[in-house]
Design a protein around this ligand. Structure first.
Ligand code: GCV
Length: 684
């Protein structure tokens, strides 16, 4: 909360800011271009800018500090404004206007001023003229949150950028400087929440010792406007509390949670709430006691309600039934519409299966009008080449939003791609996905192109000779991955376990059928693809009628979803006039050609990029090209055993034989993936 500044304190405050600035600037100027500065590569200022701020608070101190350190223009005034305009922009919204040569940042809250300060710096770094500004901003979502799948032992589930940032064994006494950098990076793109631990949650996360550590992080993040949340294990009352049951309708269980929540808030007064994965992939949940997801979620929500906390309850469920996995979340959750308390948000993955390179949107969106829903995107590239492949994901997330208005949702969550690697995300370009997630969670209407351009300008250079070709590469990159991995609606044909390379032939005796690729591709002598029309699983019927009609007809189904919804004969004539088989070959080849093209564009970028990052990206792009060959050979050679058709003209001869490819094994755990080295012949 703001307080007006006493005379004298202002001077002290400015001195403090300037001293802090000096130390900070000295520290960052000595850093090499190793990617550690992300998109926040602000140059130091030589003159002391005039930053006027009539009040003090930890949040506003950060805002003023950033501007004092890095703003190169004239006077900036930070003002709390409680007029109707600023009320309409809500707590996080702000204005940036110019009056008589002074730039005025106005907001109802300190957090809004912080976001305004980062906005101004972003304009400066992108080379935009700031002499006459008239900006109003208001985020679409109040909750813009990262989900870390970090484990207490420092590993990260589906993490490809080193180990966890959170050094649990050192906390709370040792505070890594990266905690502040993390908070700062998030605040700069409007992210205001973080779930610190894996949804496959250890009950220990709620132990008193651990909560002291969580408190230390929450204290660091608070001045950056970031609230901390935790994933919790539904069986915690048993495993941590020694109770005989975790039945949500048992009063002792509810009371255990109430007491735990009280303890959490005594340490972290602005604690955000719980994220829960229940009755999914072996996690405990209310269904273990014959209760519904709503009964489980509501019990936790009641405990959190007095403190303003929320429950984000995941809808990622697929019980081992015979029904199509793509239908299961809908079948379980739709009947619960309207049964959740008002501080529960049901968190739904963007697609009905699991973060595939391309999925239609999950039909749950739009099917639960009386329930608050939020979308879960995956920023970490579990199914898009980990941190080896350049895949800019904004176009994928925009595709999701193209089906309905983003404002139908309450919030957006992104599964983080952040680890303790020097450059945070493994691949320098994977930083763009963290960036894009934050920007789109603030405003889903932003274009992928604009986000790419501003990220490139801040992260590398504003030189158009660099920005323009690399924007083009980024925009095309996700489609290229779809092409060389699973085009035309194919999905989940990954290798068992690591989800990196292809293994459409994978068979594991005793495994659940819906964990195996054949379940999804359904290749046979007649054709390829999963029949989800009314002659098949009828998953199309879960979509609104108009869309169900489009998806359900072979003629009108968009080709990008063809094999998702239909089992299509090999000789079926596609829009291009090619047969399905030829089109499949063409798409795999097109994907490979695209990444070869990206590699060559990047080669030409060396005059604009520091040698260190240029070499790092080149190395990963070489792997990507090699992997695209691997994908193309594996899938086409395998599917050819069903189609028994020849490769059409213009398709590269396979480099690898199916026999060789079937022998490829990657170390699933601790996997840092020099995939090319593991391929037979180590092709480039
Ligand atoms: C955290 C997929 C991933 C799992 C992940 C799960 C989920 O199945 O492979 O690693 O577990 O999704 O989102 O809960």
């Amino acid at each position: 909360m703001s307080a007006s500044l006493e005379p004298g304190i202002e001077k002290l405050m400015i001195k403090r800011i300037l001293l802090g600035l000096f130390i900070y600037v000295a520290a960052i100027s000595s850093k090499a271009e190793d990617g550690s500065r992300l998109w926040l590569r602000y140059d130091t200022v030589n003159t002391v800018p005039q930053i006027e701020c009539g009040f003090d608070s930890p949040v506003v101190r950060v805002a003023a500090g950033e501007l004092s350190s890095f703003w190169k223009g004239g006077k900036v005034s930070l003002q709390l404004m409680a007029d109707s305009k600023h009320y309409s922009l809500g707590n996080d919204g702000y204005t940036i206007t110019t009056h008589n040569g002074v730039i005025c940042l106005g907001s109802l809250s300190e957090k809004g001023l912080l976001y305004a300060a980062y906005h101004l710096l972003r304009l400066q770094e992108c080379g935009i003229d700031c002499s006459r500004l008239d900006i109003s901003e208001k985020p679409v979502y109040d909750i813009r949150i990262l989900n870390h799948w970090d484990n207490p032992d420092g590993t990260i589930e589906r993490g490809y950028a080193g180990r966890s940032l959170w050094k649990w064994d050192e906390l709370p006494s040792v505070i890594s400087p990266r905690y502040v950098s993390y908070a700062r990076a998030n605040a700069s793109i409007g992210i205001n929440g973080t779930v610190l631990n894996n949804v496959n949650a250890s009950p220990e996360v709620l132990s008193t010792d651990n909560l002291e550590k969580v408190k230390a992080l929450a204290d660091i993040f608070r001045p950056y406007g970031i609230r901390v949340y935790l994933s919790v294990n539904f069986a915690s009352p048993i495993k941590l509390g020694g109770l005989p049951t975790a039945d949500p309708l048992d009063e002792n269980v509810a009371s255990w949670w109430r007491n735990k929540v009280r303890e959490v808030y005594s340490l972290i007064p602005d604690f955000g709430g719980f994220l829960v994965k229940a009755n999914s992939e072996g996690q405990p949940g209310p269904c273990d006691y014959g209760r519904t997801h709503a009964e489980g979620a509501n019990m936790l929500a009641s405990a959190l309600k007095p403190y303003g906390g929320i429950v984000m309850w995941r809808a990622f469920v697929y019980s081992p039934t015979d029904d199509d996995r793509a239908k299961q979340a809908y079948l379980e959750f739709k009947p619960l519409d309207g049964k959740f308390l008002d501080n529960v948000i049901v968190q739904v993955k963007n697609g009905p299966i699991d973060f595939q390179p391309r999925e239609p949107y999950s039909p749950l969106f739009g099917a639960m009008p009386h329930t608050q829903l939020m979308v879960e995107f995956q920023v970490t590239q579990e199914y898009l080449g980990h941190s080896n492949h350049l895949a800019y994901l904004a176009p994928m997330w925009k595709e999701f939003y193209s089906y309905f208005s983003p404002s139908c949702l309450r919030a957006a969550a992104g599964v983080a791609n952040i680890g303790d690697d020097t450059n945070w995300c493994g691949h320098d370009f994977a930083q763009s996905n963290w960036y894009a997630f934050g920007r789109l969670a603030w405003n889903p209407e932003l274009s992928s192109e604009d986000i790419a351009r501003e990220w490139l300008a801040q992260t590398f250079t504003t030189d158009e000779k660099f920005v323009s070709p690399m924007e083009d590469v980024m925009i095309k990159s996700r489609e290229a991955v779809v092409d060389y991995m699973m085009p035309l609606g194919l999905h989940h044909i990954f290798a068992w376990g690591h989800h990196y390379g292809p293994e459409p032939w994978c068979e594991i005796p005793g495994a659940r059928p819906d964990w195996l690729p054949a379940y999804y591709h359904q290749a046979d002598r007649t054709g390829l693809g999963f029949d989800r029309t009314e002659t098949g699983s009828n998953a199309v019927s879960q979509y609104p009628d108009s869309l169900a009609a489009v998806f359900g007809s072979l003629e009108s189904c968009p080709e990008e979803f063809l094999l998702w919804f239909h089992h299509v004969p090999w000789k079926y004539e596609m829009k291009s006039g090619r047969t399905l088989w030829d089109e499949l070959c063409f798409r795999y080849q097109r994907g490979l050609d695209s990444v070869r093209g990206f590699r060559s564009v990047w080669e030409d970028m060396s005059p604009y990029v520091d040698a260190e990052r240029h070499a790092a990206v080149s190395h990963r792009m070489d792997i990507q090209v090699s992997d695209a060959i691997w994908w193309k050979d594996a899938c086409l050679e395998y599917f050819r055993t069903f189609s028994r058709m020849k490769y059409p003209k213009g398709i590269d001869k396979p480099v690898h034989s199916l026999k060789e490819l079937k022998k490829v094994r990657l170390p699933i755990d601790n996997y840092t993936c020099p995939a090319a080295d593991m391929l037979p012949g180590g092709v480039k």
